[in-house]
Design a protein around this ligand. Structure first.
Ligand code: PLP
Length: 415
């Protein structure tokens, strides 16, 4: 794809969005910033910041408990955000939207509340070799606690899940599947709909780690037919410290609370406690109110741009990025799956990724370097870590060109 073809293809409503992100209007180390680290944390648009500021300046109070005006306003904004999120992922009911601190908490909640009381020796939790540590370690903890075993589906040299081998692992000992929607280290899109369909036939519940899925494509949990879908606000233009667990209502109903405290109860006495209805049963304590309201504003923003526009724009930009990287002598792309979203990992000659990241930072270019919380993926490819560029709608071909020029400069420095 040439730059002209790319620019033509990009004219789909996403262009000019860069101006919505004030952090991108600055220089870093004397150069205009190029931010290519959105898979770690995306930047926030003005609309999100203004919504949070408005809440903090005019409407802040604790939610659910007060009779006064500010508490009503805060509760309305908080619950309004829950309804926006429900619509955004097409959940059947607002009761299915549990507000958490992020993907990590959402996965731990399911491991401890759904799986821990049910599983024991002889039972297996099936994950893939592509998972983020947040979708590995909670299951290892669960295995230690219950005697269940972790099974890992392999990947191939392109960084794709080996679907035949995944299927061959599915037997009656597999009691739960926890799988990423998109690999944060490689960008591989996993065919979760096929996996869920197979699992459904065998009555195996499926949790999808959607941390890298929700920001980049339209998600419809009813169409996917998944049991749980976990994601984080800060990867989709919202503040940090807020996230979502979507759970099928019938399963959430059966699950005991994950934490005890205020707001998750109906009545407490020293003889016992009755728990609140869904989703509050899983939301003990004062929540991240401003973060949730910010997440609601991020949902509005994403919907205004349009998830299919975003997916198309980022797909084309990823192609352009891949092509530009391939032109650089000594580049080794890590993660070359057919179906990918917004992420490209790479090595350049034998330059350590941290050195590469530092040299690029001197030129105002932010990439991520290291194991990306996916050490098993690094082991598979025989590298200690990679350099990773990840894209969002505020990136463009000029950013990619700056990265490519920065890498050529790094080569010169190290030659
Ligand atoms: C695929 C994936 N899963 C889980 C997480 C953890 O998300 P958080 O740290 O927001 O809980 C991340 C974060 O990078 C991720 O990329």
């Amino acid at each position: 794809m040439t730059q002209a073809q790319y620019n033509q293809g990009a004219a789909n409503g996403v262009e000019n969005r860069r101006d919505d992100f004030p952090v991108l209007k600055q220089d870093i180390n004397g150069h205009s910033i190029v931010y290519l680290d959105s898979a770690a944390s995306a930047q926030q648009p003005t609309a999100v910041m203004q919504t949070v500021a408005e809440y903090q300046q005019h409407n802040h109070a604790n939610v659910h408990r007060g009779v006064h005006t500010l508490s009503h306003r805060a509760t309305d904004a908080y619950e309004g955000a829950r309804e926006k999120i429900q619509g955004f992922i097409n959940a059947a009911s607002r009761s299915e939207i549990v507000l958490t601190s992020g993907t990590t908490e959402s996965i731990n909640l399911v491991a401890q509340s759904y799986c821990r009381p049910r599983f024991g020796p002889g039972d297996k939790i099936l994950i893939s070799h592509l998972e983020h540590h947040s979708n590995i370690v909670p299951w290892q903890l669960l295995c230690e606690q219950t005697g269940a075993e972790l099974a890992v589906a392999p990947i191939d040299d392109f960084g794709q899940l080996d679907l035949d081998r995944f299927t061959s692992l599915l037997d009656e000992t597999v009691r739960f599947i926890a799988i990423a929607h998109v690999s944060n280290a490689l960008g591989t899109i996993i065919p979760i709909k096929d996996i869920i369909a197979q699992a459904r036939q065998m009555s195996i519940p499926v949790l999808v780690d959607g941390a890298q899925g929700v920001p980049h494509m339209s998600i419809n949990v009813q169409d996917l037919d998944c049991d749980f879908y976990a994601f984080s606000g800060h990867k989709m233009f919202a503040p940090t410290g807020v996230g979502v667990l979507y759970g099928r209502e019938s399963l959430l109903e059966e699950m005991p609370p994950y934490q005890g405290g205020g707001d998750m109860i109906l009545e407490v006495s020293f003889d016992g406690t009755t728990y609140n209805e869904l989703p509050y049963k899983f939301e003990a304590g004062t929540p991240n109110i401003s973060g949730v309201i910010g997440l609601g504003a991020a949902v509005d923003y994403l919907q205004a741009v349009g998830m299919s526009n975003i997916a198309r724009y980022e797909h084309d930009l990823l192609l352009y990025l891949t092509e530009q990287l391939q032109k650089i002598d000594g580049i080794r792309l890590i993660g070359t799956a057919e179906s990918k979203a917004s992420v490209q990992s790479f090595m350049l000659d034998d330059i350590h990724p941290h050195d590469l990241g530092t040299i690029l930072d001197h030129q105002g270019i932010a990439i991520r370097t290291g194991h990306h919380c996916a050490m098993p993926v690094m082991d598979y490819f025989g590298v200690p870590g990679t350099a990773r560029a990840s894209l969002a709608i505020y990136n463009n071909t000029a950013d990619v060109d700056r990265l490519a020029a920065g890498l050529v400069k790094a080569k010169q420095i190290f030659s």
